[in-house]
Design a protein around this ligand. Sequence first.
Ligand SMILES: NC(=O)c1ccc[n+]([C@@H]2O[C@H](COP(=O)([O-])OP(=O)(O)OC[C@H]3O[C@@H](n4cnc5c(N)ncnc54)[C@H](OP(=O)(O)O)[C@@H]3O)[C@@H](O)[C@H]2O)c1
Length: 333
Amino acid sequence: MDGLSFRALRVNEENNGTFTRRVVDLHEQDLLPGGVLVRVLYSSLNYKDALSASGNKGVTRRYPHTPGIDAAGVVESGAVDGFHPGDTVLIKHAEFGANTPGGFSQYAGVPSDWLMRMPEGLSARTSMAYGTAGLTAALSVHKLREQGVTPAAGNILVTGATGGVGSVAVALLAKLGYQVTAATGKPQAGQWLSGLGASVVIHRDDIDSQTGKALLPVRWAGVVDTVGGNYLSAALRSAQYGGVVTCCGNAASPALSMTVYPFILRGVSLLGIDIAHISRRLCEFLWAQLAGDWRLNRIESLARECSLDDLDAEIDRTLRGEQTGRLIVNPWA
Ligand SMILES: NC(=O)c1ccc[n+]([C@@H]2O[C@H](COP(=O)([O-])OP(=O)(O)OC[C@H]3O[C@@H](n4cnc5c(N)ncnc54)[C@H](OP(=O)(O)O)[C@@H]3O)[C@@H](O)[C@H]2O)c1
């Protein structure tokens, strides 16, 4: 498409080693060469985007860079590999928005095998209300169920409960009939979490045991942990016999200090969650669940919308752990 010009958020590495963010005008040559051109209708802000947008080289190796690991949009270029102009698609690849230009942009160019058809029943906007965070929550819940954690097994703890992964996990688990305890650092969000379906809301200090004991009194049949550190350690030490703990995040800390006793004396399982590299088949299954049986009728009420111009401040809020729920990015607003 000759003369394509579009707006995108650009992160620059300055000479003094700092990182700055600006909305700029880009052109077709700034897209991944040879890709399918997608008009991005919506993206979403995930924790990983905030890391990418603040110079975390573990996420993004080279700058200038356009973050945005999520995008839902419409195919603009000619028919390729079964996709046609006008098809509504999701973009899904571990490198998208991490080490290639991402979704904080009005256009994206990606290889055709990075495209997924929009699951039936989901609009581009609703898909981004879930986004990668919602898909990660779905994978965590799926893993608990695969391991036989049923609603009858007992309480499920969700940490970082007001965050993107946490809030969707609370709502999904409640929809599926689980008793959910939501742990948060935002006491003011108690009513909001109850509205999502949490049976009990506790302050995260309540699970941040500093006793160093190898085993704590049992509290949880299952845990969806999004924060890591001592919260994860304490959750493992207070999981009941045969309890299952999923671990996807490190918003508090990447460290994990504990003994092996929860595993060898209580048969507790720790399951790692990595949404970026799941198979296409599992990815399609999880999206189909979110569009179908697991659909959250109030998913849109969990999300706010922002523009590219708002992103600078919203990224800082994410890095300070201040977000509540999901943030949809509208690059045309
Ligand atoms: N492994 C994967 O595939 C995968 C996929 C998606 C996300 N993640 C990871 O999952 C985590 C959550 O992602 P997200 O998108 O949900 O992020 P988010 O929306 O920014 O939410 C993070 C939440 O964690 C809590 N938190 C923040 N700082 C904390 C601290 N210092 N101590 C304790 N709790 C803190 C806060 O919730 P409260 O105030 O309610 O406590 C915050 O809202 C991130 O570490 C992200 O990298 C991993």
